[in-house]
Design a protein around this ligand. Structure first.
Ligand code: ZN
Length: 188
């Protein structure tokens, strides 16, 4: 690990021996550059931009003086990345519409539709449209997790996907899933 640059009065280049400020006038500025990036990033800020491709150098910079400066108030913080226990990065959860046919008894089934609100659909409005389209009863109810869902009387699972994607184009077909025998199955 390279040490942080110390706040000494003159930072002498480890390659050419000149004070860091003078390296660009020295015998071989190109050879000094890697040293300067690591040890005197303040003196040649442009070098840092040029070095973006060199991963190891950029990483070092982020670990030292650059991040120290960037953490002040008002500066833009890098987005926090959630990591799962295995070290995998947790992706932001994708919004989904979940359709499940629930049979209450042999004759009566309902189709629940969850998640439309994640696509900006007003559930009360969606409930009315579904009821009208399938000529059945539909209502917004609180599901087991207190989240609101739409209960539609009867089994509409065959046609509901087309209806949803036609009525609310913001809902992509590949975001719609069925729950079948407890398993999640893509509708698309
Ligand atoms: Zn130098």
């Amino acid at each position: 690990m390279a040490d942080k640059p110390q706040p000494v009065k003159v930072n002498y280049c480890g390659v050419c021996g000149l004070p860091a400020e003078y390296c660009e006038f020295g015998p071989d500025f190109e050879k000094c550059k890697p040293w300067l990036i690591r040890n005197a990033p303040d003196v040649y800020p442009d070098l840092i931009k040029d070095a973006k491709d060199a991963d190891d150098v950029t990483e070092q910079l982020q670990g030292t003086s650059v991040s120290d400066k960037a953490s002040g108030p008002g500066s833009s913080k890098p987005e926090e990345v959630k990591r799962l226990p295995g070290g995998k990065i947790k992706k932001k959860e994708k919004p989904e519409v979940i359709i499940e046919k629930v049979t209450r008894n042999r004759r009566k089934s309902i189709t629940t539709v969850k998640g439309l609100e994640l696509f900006g659909v007003k559930l009360s409005d969606a409930s009315k449209k579904l009821g009208k389209k399938f000529a059945t009863g539909a209502s917004v109810v609180k599901g087991p997790t207190e989240k609101e869902q739409i209960d539609v009387q009867g089994d509409i699972s065959f046609d509901v996907v087309d209806f949803i994607t036609e009525t609310w184009p913001d809902v992509p077909e590949n975001a719609i899933y069925f729950i079948e025998d407890g398993k999640k199955v893509a509708a698309a």
